[in-house]
Design a protein around this ligand. Structure first.
Ligand code: GDP
Ligand code: ADP
Ligand code: 5GP
Length: 209
């Protein structure tokens, strides 16, 4: 039993915690999280999700996602390997948070970042085992969201349409999150999220997972 008030508590006074970052596709989550990992003075680990979607140019298996076939994803789902898994957008592709990613991070005292969709976030919130910090990132307007998604140049027209339709529904879930970040400037968004995590780390030294 750790006594968090003990001065010799050291690292054990700061156990790991889950941090959910959600928001519409194209909001800038990946961009912000990449900077956050470099700049924030909290021990962070990004949970690498599994997905059945095709890798984009430059994406690397094991770094950006574990890219699985539908068969392999289904096999792992039956094995109960996921904290949560969902079909995101109406395109039939699966995305899921792997239990081993989360467990490894939390056991090492890390703050484990889940960059996941709203349905997945709600599933984690429904599980009393985790008490995540929840952050919703969006770009301020649907027009800006569409502009960013188009500029990113990664989506077919049908994927773009599905992402924008889903975004409108996802925005309705904003109130379920503890924090709202409007990603106008990446720098400011990173600073704000880092501050949230530093504050949470101060106020919840003995949160149990
Ligand atoms: P991007 O957000 O446009 O970069 O698109 P991605 O293809 O990387 O992600 C697609 C959707 O799946 C997003 O809404 C993610 O937040 C969501 N997502 C990613 N990983 C997970 C996961 O492990 N679980 C769940 N539930 N959703 C995820
Ligand atoms: P997500 O992971 O939420 O889908 P990305 O990080 O891929 O979003 O960002 C979507 C696009 O918007 C990318 O092309 C990225 O370079 C750009 N972007 C991210 N943040 C900003 C910002 N604050 N201002 C302008 N463009 C941004
Ligand atoms: P993309 O296809 O653009 O990489 O991701 C689209 C959406 O899937 C994003 O909103 C992303 O956050 C979400 N996503 C990625 N991984 C997971 C996951 O493991 N679980 C869930 N539920 N959503 C995920």
């Amino acid at each position: 039993m750790n006594d968090p008030s003990s001065p010799s508590g050291g690292e054990t006074a700061h156990p790991g915690r889950l941090v959910i970052i959600s928001g519409p596709s194209g909001a800038g989550k990946s961009t912000v999280v990449k900077q956050l990992m470099k700049r924030c003075d909290v021990p962070l680990q990004l949970s690498v999700s599994a997905t059945t979607r095709e890798p984009r140019p430059g994406e690397i298996h094991g770094r950006d996602y574990f890219f699985l076939s539908h068969e392999e994803f289904e096999r792992r789902r039956k094995l109960n390997d996921f904290v949560e898994c969902k079909q995101v957008f109406s395109l039939g592709q699966w995305y899921g948070t792997l239990k081993d990613q989360v467990a490894t991070g939390l056991n090492a005292g890390k703050w484990v970042i889940l960059e996941i969709d709203v349905q997945g976030a709600m599933a984690v919130l429904d599980d009393p085992h985790y008490r995540p910090v929840t952050i919703f990132v969006h770009p301020g307007s649907m027009e800006e969201l569409e502009r960013r998604l188009r500029n990113r140049g990664t989506e077919s027209e049908s994927s773009l349409t599905a992402r924008l339709e889903t975004a409108a529904a996802e925005m309705q879930c904003l109130s379920r999150y503890q924090y709202e970040i409007i990603n106008e400037s990446v720098d400011n968004a990173v600073t704000e999220i880092c501050q949230i995590l530093m504050d949470q780390r101060k106020t919840t030294p003995c949160s149990k997972n």
